[in-house]
Design a protein around this ligand. Structure first.
Ligand code: AMP
Length: 115
């Protein structure tokens, strides 16, 4: 990929610190710096996919894997009352970091509709 590294790529490359909660060959998960809930973890692919909209058929396995990782982290963090998984896409979606990520939010009652 050309251009400047995203902040998440810098976290993958250990150029900036993060509170990592899970890592394997395909994925990395770490706490959000500006938490919106008592538990706010970001789960990202190590492969640089800018957003869900940019995913291709060849990304199917990693996409499924990321959801499985989210489920395992939620179990480990004992989010027994439930939780929310969000991915923001593009301008209308409110995406600010252009490296695919899923927000795992828990530890409080979520509201609907979202803002
Ligand atoms: P989004 O707005 O969906 O693109 O989400 C990007 C998220 O990344 C936001 O919730 C930010 O708080 C979070 N974030 C930005 N920089 C960092 C960082 N260095 N470490 C952890 N989370 C970050």
């Amino acid at each position: 990929m050309t251009g400047t590294k995203t902040i998440f790529k810098k976290i993958i490359d250990r150029e900036i610190p993060a509170r990592i909660v899970y890592e394997d060959e395909l994925s990395l998960a770490f706490y959000d710096v500006a938490p919106q809930a008592p538990v706010h973890v970001l789960v990202i692919p190590k492969r640089e996919i800018p957003s869900l909209a940019a995913a291709t058929e060849s990304d199917q396995q990693v996409l499924g894997h990321l959801l499985w990782v989210i489920k395992k982290i939620a179990d480990d963090l004992k989010l027994d009352q439930g939780y929310r998984v969000v991915t923001n896409i593009g301008q209308d979606g409110g995406q600010s970091v252009h490296h695919l990520h899923f927000h795992l939010l828990g530890g409080r009652q979520m509201k609907w509709p979202p803002g």
